[in-house]
Design a protein around this ligand. Structure first.
Ligand code: CP3
Length: 350
């Protein structure tokens, strides 16, 4: 039996409970902005690294040694479960996921099989080790959202306009629904593996869904995201939902069943509060690029995010998207400390 864990500021803020200070973590905190990450990875290709438990544990822990973050994010990638069910894909440095045979017809959709826990034994092993190593710091498990995974599969790689993806969404709604339903089942299985091994929160990254209009989101994406969040409900772990450029979708992304709605840097958090139903916490949303400006500028912007976050029922401080590779780790260390120090002053006043 794993030891009983205390629920610290991160889990409590997700649940909209009082916290001694605003919790903070950074999307993509484990990765290329850290020299020790590049050293640990060496020449091991990304997807191979994601299947080596010792390496997963080491890379997940690295940011916690530098930053006073309140949560760890599991080192993996949204395409790992697709690789695990036999999709021929690779992650190309500087490009992203590339699929050898894009999925564009019913036969190809039919070949996408379910994910079983035995497909990802290295995930179970790494999460268990991390759970033991992290103590009270919670591990966030994650999966790719159905639109984002569908886009990689249909386009065959990263895409600006998601042209073929939207062509299928609009033109072949039944095939689209079948594909997204399968991707939802894969996400559910992948998230369950992580939660059952000890992840204490989950984040669904539907990173590229911001290109979809609200009415189409409601019709063509929401049912599948809802299925994912409902399937996780019984575990009682906070469920976070994030996408880039999703200002017009924030309400719907909450409606899908998230406990915490992630907000990118385009919408101030006090405005996001108005767009999301009551009963949700918010996560975000400092522009990651502001960390490339002089520290005092970044600090001022972070204070603004904290002030706007105080209008939410719960606030988890984060960047508005992932850490940019050129970010100075020192700036992130100062940022985590600033969030704690400045928010502690206001603790108990909300
Ligand atoms: O700190 C963490 O967040 C670690 C775990 C993590 C990775 N990818 C590691 C990774 C997470 C949560 C992801 C999620 C992910 N992967 C998303 C959703 C988050 C987001 O940024 O919106 C998406 C869209 C992907 C797909 C993907 N994988 C992209 C676009 C890239 C970048 C390609 C590049 O090199 O510019 C990857 C590769 C990837 N995933 C890297 C890391 C650390 C870089 C690979 C390397 O170091 O060689």
């Amino acid at each position: 039996m794993p030891a009983a864990r205390r629920d610290g500021p991160f889990l409590n803020a997700c649940r909209r409970l009082p916290v001694p200070h605003t919790p903070v973590w950074f999307m993509r905190q484990a990765g290329r902005s850290l020299p020790e990450y590049r050293e640990a990875r060496g020449t091991v290709p990304m997807l191979e690294a994601c299947a080596i438990p010792d390496l997963i544990v080491e890379i997940t822990m690295q940011p916690l040694r530098r930053y006073a973050v309140d949560a760890a994010i599991f080192f993996s990638d949204i395409v790992v479960p697709l690789k695990a069910i036999g999709v021929d894909l690779d992650i190309k440095p500087g490009v992203g996921p590339v699929i050898a045979e894009p999925i564009r017809d019913a036969a190809a959709v039919g070949r996408l099989r379910p994910l079983w826990p035995d497909d990802v034994p290295y995930v179970t092993e790494a999460v268990r080790s991390l759970e033991a190593e992290l103590g009270d710091i919670p591990l966030i498990g994650f999966a790719g959202g159905p639109f984002t995974l569908a886009s990689y599969l249909i386009e065959g790689g990263p895409s600006k306009n998601h042209e073929r993806t939207k062509a299928m969404m609009y033109g072949e709604p039944e095939l689209w629904a079948r594909l997204l339903d399968r991707l939802a089942d894969i996400a559910i299985a992948y998230l369950k593996v992580q939660v059952e091994a000890g992840a204490r929160a989950i984040q669904l990254f539907d990173s590229w869904v911001g290109g979809v209009a609200p009415a189409d989101y409601r019709r063509s994406v929401l049912p599948h995201s809802t299925k994912i969040f409902s399937a996780l409900e019984a575990y009682g772990v906070p469920r976070i939902h994030f996408g880039v450029g999703t200002g017009e979708l924030l309400g719907l992304m909450g409606e899908a069943g998230a406990d915490v709605v992630g907000v990118d840097w385009r919408v101030p958090l006090d405005e996001a509060v108005r767009r999301v139903d009551a009963g949700k916490a918010l996560q975000g949303n400092l522009d990651p690029a502001v960390l490339l400006a002089p520290w005092e500028i970044a600090a001022e912007r972070a204070r603004e995010v904290l002030a706007q976050g105080r209008t939410a029922e719960g606030h988890v401080f984060n960047l508005g998207h992932g850490v940019l590779p050129s970010t100075d780790p020192g700036a992130l260390a100062r940022l985590a400390d600033l969030v704690h120090e400045e928010s502690a002053v206001h603790a108990g006043t909300r």
